[in-house]
Design a protein. Structure first.
Length: 291
């Protein structure tokens, strides 16, 4: 009886041990990501003297101050116009996301539900080309922007980001869950392709569009290399690209640099908090779709 009772407990004990190991690993991973963010956040409310004296690690400020934020975000800050950079990032990322969602979804609909010659061959070709490192396109892309006279304009930052083949693939996979009979029924009722797309397809693919929108907005907001190359005008830089200038200007003023870093992170946190439900739903549905 005791052996049988012990034998029945063993799987439960093993399960608890596995859960404890997984939980420990997740806590360690979370700490690795959270501790630097917490350090930056706390440092942004300190004065540099306090950071330098105590090493500036994880402790709450003795005297909380928002002076760093007031100074950094002041429209009169001509040396580092963070105020302009922030709105430049909002404009570039916002327009790119809206245009990208329209282009990605229409392309995915064409490749997933429409019929034309060499459809699969064309899609596989551009999917293959997208595997090349993006850095290889920097020089040709710069030359293209120069010929179009788009350098130092928002177009140079918005348009190149509208060719996300992976996002097209993601939406195309999601479209596989929509029955073709639904589209055929709409065609029998006299609906055209554009009507079907905007009235039927778009509402159905909303979860995956939220996921793709988050990917696009985050990628555009965090892009550092291309804005640094395409924009030479100080007032037209994006926030992430301006961080390198902030490090050079402020030097050892850790509190100021941490404040700019916080300003660049906060919009992303707010965005994910408001779209978390749709993001998780889109990922879960996407994971259940099979071609």
């Amino acid at each position: 009886m005791n052996n049988g009772h012990t034998g029945m407990k063993t799987p439960r004990v093993q399960s608890q041990i596995r859960k404890a190991i997984v939980l420990t690993v997740l806590i360690i991973q979370s700490a690795i990501f959270i501790i630097p963010l917490l350090w930056i956040f706390l440092s942004s409310f300190k004065v540099d003297m306090e950071i330098n004296q105590a090493g500036g690690f994880l402790y709450f400020p003795k005297t909380w101050t928002i002076g760093n934020y007031i100074s950094i975000l002041s429209p009169g800050n001509k040396q580092l116009p963070v105020y302009n950079w922030f709105f430049n990032s909002i404009i570039v990322s916002g327009f790119q996301t809206v245009l990208a969602l329209l282009i990605y979804s229409m392309s995915a609909y064409a490749y997933g539900k429409m019929h034309f010659r060499f459809k699969n061959a064309i899609f596989l070709t551009i999917l293959f080309l997208s595997t090349f490192p993006g850095i290889t396109n920097i020089i040709p892309l710069y030359k293209e922007m120069y010929l179009l006279k788009w350098l130092n304009t928002p177009l140079a930052l918005i348009v190149p980001g509208l060719s996300g083949v992976f996002n097209i693939f993601l939406i195309r996979q999601f479209l596989a869950s929509i029955p073709n009979s639904l589209i055929e029924s709409a065609k029998i009722d006299g609906a055209g392709e554009m009507s079907i797309f905007f009235r039927i397809i778009m509402p159905l693919i909303k979860p995956v569009l939220v996921v793709v929108g988050l990917f696009t907005f985050t990628g555009s907001w965090n892009d550092f290399l291309w804005p640094s190359i395409a924009i030479n005008n100080l007032d037209r830089l994006t926030l992430t690209a301006g961080l390198q200038l902030a490090k050079g200007v402020y030097g050892n003023q850790v509190a100021r640099v941490s404040t700019i870093a916080c300003i660049s992170i906060i919009p992303m946190i707010i965005l994910y908090l408001f779209t978390q439900k749709y993001f998780i739903k889109g990922i879960s549905i996407q994971g259940s779709v099979k071609e």
